[in-house]
Each structure stands twice: as structure tokens, then as C-alpha cells.
Design a binder for this molecule. Structure first.
Ligand code: ADP
Length: 486
């Protein structure tokens, strides 16, 4: 049983965390959680009722009333304690994450550090929620701008980064003085509940950080039906995000959305190909291709195409597929069988429309959630994979001749989260960076996420930014005092 790996068994919680208490559903309803690597049932989580989610909102409001009155320094100190506890329990949280999500243990460890970095970053930012003064409109008048927490906030998070997608939201919310209720993905609740246990141990007051579990559409509806919830922050698919945004309209709730991407990765003829391949590997194969900023379409200039493809094939040959707990594994099971089927479908659609198989075994449907990395070339924009993120280890390469053509293909998508390009020509670098329609641009860099930088997309990839000082904007309201003259 993989749970025997945990040294601190108390981090494995099978209850929701509301108002500082661990809770089951009143009617005892539960849902099972499994390990995608082998189908093993890890345990259950409560399936709470709408009334119980409503109770969580009441508790979060009570938590908010306490939290907003604390000084920024008090909030910062508690957040720093939470950060320290996450780092102290890195190994256990990483094991829980690999058990429920599948990702290689080394990547889970990396995610715990990355997740904690948001708590630390926002603990530091908590003391810098500055206002402003503006010259008045009349003699003697002063305009004073102050910033205030929005109130109770809610987060709905995905399974691909079970810790970081929570801390990136909760760090900002709590730093600003808001309370938060998190609804983690059904596939990965245990990481979220472990974070709740550590928030409790850090001394974060009851009701300030809550984790609820149950039917996602019902929980989303309770959040958006409540005028008490002032910001809904969502990371997930564009279809669910746009539905939630519509639901937020009734109560005019602030909405922050991190949605799907379709990242182009462009390699120009003046690129350093060795670096480009290193960046491609990080961007494409991190989390076994299951990140919303994964390179989805490689665009390679004709004169360097063959060399780039052969270097990429060589690098891909070093990837090791297996159970995330096995030493040296870099590519794990995908989140479920449907995810594996999608990679197979994209591969077969591409081949039926003229793509060429270059390296890796053909994706199989009968292999549970596992898919081996596969490389194809002669990809064209009419293929399904160019319209819809594959979210798996399929590297698809298109050839282009001119910069103009590359930009046209890169921007020809409703999405605009991340884009990457490799070039050593400074004029081209500025030109292309200006023209790419994306919120995040990796210029000669494949690993673009960090707590200090604003993460977020344009077009159908979302609204708002997470991380950096911009991340606080989703959780603060501006108040202006018009100080009249005598
Ligand atoms: P993914 O493709 O990453 O699973 P989803 O958008 O389906 O993306 O899921 C992201 C999060 O949204 C998960 O926590 C999921 O439970 C939740 N979710 C899915 N459908 C809804 C919905 N109708 N209302 C609210 N939350 C939802």
C-alpha cells in the first residue's frame, strides 16, 4: 500500500476542512480517490451537500472578520509559518501527490517547493499592499486611495498541479486579508487536505482557509449563488471557466480565470539549437505533457528543421516511462485512461492527414493511463492537435519558411496563454515578442513559471494574473477617500 510511505500519517486526511474542523458529509456520502499509476483505491473524500457548502461560506465569513483585523505583519508571519511547514513536510506531501496524481516523485518534490514559494512570496507582499495619494480636483482637496480585502473568496482548482494551483491563489488571498474556500479537483484532494492540515498547524485562524469536497458543478453553483463570495478564482478548462464566469454575473463577483492554452514553440534559423532542445524538453515533457503552458505546437524554420528534429528525438530517447515512485522515471501515467485516449486520437488524426512518425512507440489504447513520448513531423494547422491542447507527451513539429508565416500560425488560435521562441537576433526577439498574442512569452527559455512573475493569459486563456504583485489585485478593492477642503 503506497500510503505506508508517509512518515506523518496525520497529513493523510479523508475529511473536508471547514471553519477549523475536519468534517464528513452529514449523510455519510463519499467518493473514492485512486492512484492513476495502478488503479489502487487510496481512500475516500466526503461528498458534501449544498447546505454544507453554504455552511462553509458562513464559516469563511466568520474567518474573514477575524483575519481582516490582523496587521499585515501578523498575516505575513502566519503565512511564513505555513510555508516553513510545507517545506518541512516536503517528502510526505510529494508522496501524497505522486500517489493521487501520478507525477514522478522528483517532480512532486519540485512542486511542493514551487507551491510553498507562492506562500512565501505573498507573505512578503502582504506588507506592501500600498495605497496612493492623488492631487485633488479642487484647492485644498486630497484624493487618498486605500486597498482593502474583497472578503470571502473561493477557488476551484485542477489536478495537474495539486498544490501550486492552490497556493498561488490562497497565498494572494490570505495576504490581502481575505478568507478562502478551496474546491480541489476530484482526482487530487489529498494534497489540498494536507495543505489544510499544515495551515491549521501554522496557526492560521479557523475559517480563513477551508477545503471542501463534493460534486463540482453543485459546489460552483453554491459559490456563485452567494453574494458573500466576492472573488471566484478558477484554473481549468475554458468551457468550465466561461460557464463559471456567466454564473458570476448574477452577483457581480470578481472572476479570475486561468484556462486552457495552445502554446507555440518557435525555433528560428538563428537559434542556439542545443538550448532550444533543452527548452523544448522542459516545456513539452514536464508533468508528462500535462501543463497548460506545455508546448503544443513546435514551429521550426526549414533550414534548421531536420537538425532540431534529430536532436529532439535523441533527447526524447532518454526519457523513462513508469510508475512515478520508480527511481529515474521522468514520464508517468497520465491522469486517467481518457487522457491517454486523447493522445492516441490526436496522433492518429495527424497521421491520417499526412504527419510523419519519427520516434517513440505508437500510442496504444489498451495500456491504462500510460503513453510513451512520441515525435511526429509534417504537422499542418488542419490537424486536431493544433486546435486543442493534447495534454500528453506527443511532440508535434511543423515546418515554416518565414517569420511572418510563423507568427501567423502561432497566433491562429483562440488561446493565448504561453508562447516560446528561440532566436539570437535582438531585433527579431523584440519584433516577435511584440507580435505574439500570449500573456507569457519564453524568450530562449522553456521554464517560465515562478512566484515573482505574473502568470496568466489573453483571449480564451483567461482573465487576471497570478503570482507577482499583480496577483494581489484579484483579492483587493480600491477605495478612494475624497478629503474635502474647509
Ligand atoms: P480539467 O480538464 O483540468 O479536468 P476542468 O475544467 O474539468 O478541467 O476541471 C477543473 C476544476 O473545475 C476541477 O476542480 C473540476 O472539479 C471543476 N469543475 C468541473 N466542472 C465544473 C462545473 N461545472 N462547475 C464548477 N467546477 C467545475
Amino acid at each position: 500500500m503506497s500510503l505506508s510511505r508517509l512518515s506523518a500519517k496525520r497529513l493523510f486526511r479523508q475529511q473536508s476542512y471547514i471553519g477549523g474542523q475536519w468534517r464528513d458529509a452529514a449523510d455519510g456520502a463519499t467518493v473514492k480517490v485512486d492512484n492513476p499509476a495502478n488503479g489502487e483505491i487510496l481512500g475516500t473524500i466526503p461528498s458534501l451537500s449544498a447546505a454544507e457548502i453554504g455552511e462553509a461560506i458562513v464559516q469563511a465569513d466568520a474567518g474573514f472578520q477575524i483575519w481582516r483585523k490582523k496587521t499585515a505583519l501578523e498575516r505575513a508571519d502566519l503565512l511564513l509559518r505555513w510555508n516553513d511547514l510545507m517545506l518541512e513536510h516536503k517528502e510526505d506531501i510529494a508522496s501524497l501527490m505522486t500517489m493521487e496524481q501520478g507525477k514522478p516523485l522528483e517532480e512532486s518534490r519540485g512542486e511542493v517547493v514551487y507551491a510553498a514559494s507562492f506562500i512565501r512570496w505573498f507573505a512578503e507582499e502582504a506588507r506592501r499592499v500600498y495605497g496612493e495619494t492623488i492631487p485633488g480636483a479642487k484647492p485644498g482637496q486630497h484624493i487618498v486611495v486605500t486597498r482593502h480585502p474583497v472578503g470571502v473568496t473561493a477557488a476551484i482548482t485542477p489536478w495537474n498541479f495539486p498544490a501550486a494551483m492552490i497556493t498561488r491563489k490562497a497565498g494572494a488571498a490570505l495576504a490581502a486579508g481575505c478568507s478562502m474556500i478551496v474546491k480541489p479537483a476530484e482526482a487530487t484532494p489529498y494534497t489540498a487536505l494536507a495543505l489544510a492540515e499544515l495551515a491549521h498547524e501554522a496557526g492560521i485562524p479557523a475559517g480563513v482557509f477551508n477545503v471542501v469536497t463534493g460534486k463540482s458543478s453543485m459546489i460552483g453553483k453554491v459559490f456563485t449563488d452567494s453574494p458573500v463570495v466576492r472573488t471566484l478564482s478558477f484554473t481549468g478548462s475554458t468551457s468550465v471557466g466561461s460557464k463559471l464566469m456567466a454564473q458570476c454575473a448574477d452577483n457581480v463577483q470578481k472572476v479570475s480565470l486561468e484556462l486552457g492554452g495552445n502554446a507555440p514553440f518557435i525555433v528560428f534559423d538563428d537559434a542556439d539549437l542545443k538550448r532550444a532542445v533543452e527548452g523544448a524538453m522542459v516545456s513539452k515533457f514536464r508533468n508528462t505533457g500535462q501543463t497548460c503552458i506545455c508546448a503544443n505546437r513546435f514551429l521550426v524554420q526549414a533550414s534548421v528543421h531536420d537538425e532540431f528534429v534529430s536532436l529532439l528525438a535523441e533527447a526524447m530517447g532518454k526519457l523513462k516511462v513508469g510508475d512515478g515512485f520508480e527511481e529515474g522515471v521522468t514520464q508517468s501515467a497520465l491522469i486517467n485512461h481518457d487522457a491517454a485516449l486523447k493522445v492516441k486520437r490526436h496522433y492518429e488524426d495527424a497521421l491520417s492527414k499526412g504527419a510523419t512518425h519519427v520516434a517513440g512507440p505508437r500510442p496504444e489504447a489498451d495500456n491504462g493511463s500510460y503513453v510513451h513520448p512520441v515525435l511526429i513531423t509534417d504537422v499542418t494547422p488542419d490537424m486536431e492537435l493544433c486546435e486543442d491542447e493534447t495534454f500528453g507527451p506527443l511532440a508535434a513539429v511543423m515546418k515554416f519558411d518565414t517569420e511572418e508565416e510563423a507568427l501567423k500560425i502561432a497566433n491562429d488560435t483562440p488561446y493565448g496563454l504561453a508562447a516560446y521562441f528561440y532566436s539570437t537576433n535582438i531585433h527579431r526577439i523584440w519584433r516577435v515578442a511584440d507580435e505574439l498574442e500570449a500573456g507569457i512569452i519564453g524568450v530562449n527559455e522553456g521554464a517560465v513559471s515562478n512566484a515573482a512573475a505574473p502568470f496568466g493569459g489573453v483571449k480564451a486563456s483567461g482573465l487576471g494574473r497570478e503570482g507577482s504583485h499583480y496577483g494581489l489585485d484579484e483579492y483587493t478593492e480600491v477605495k478612494y477617500l475624497c478629503m474635502g477642503a474647509e
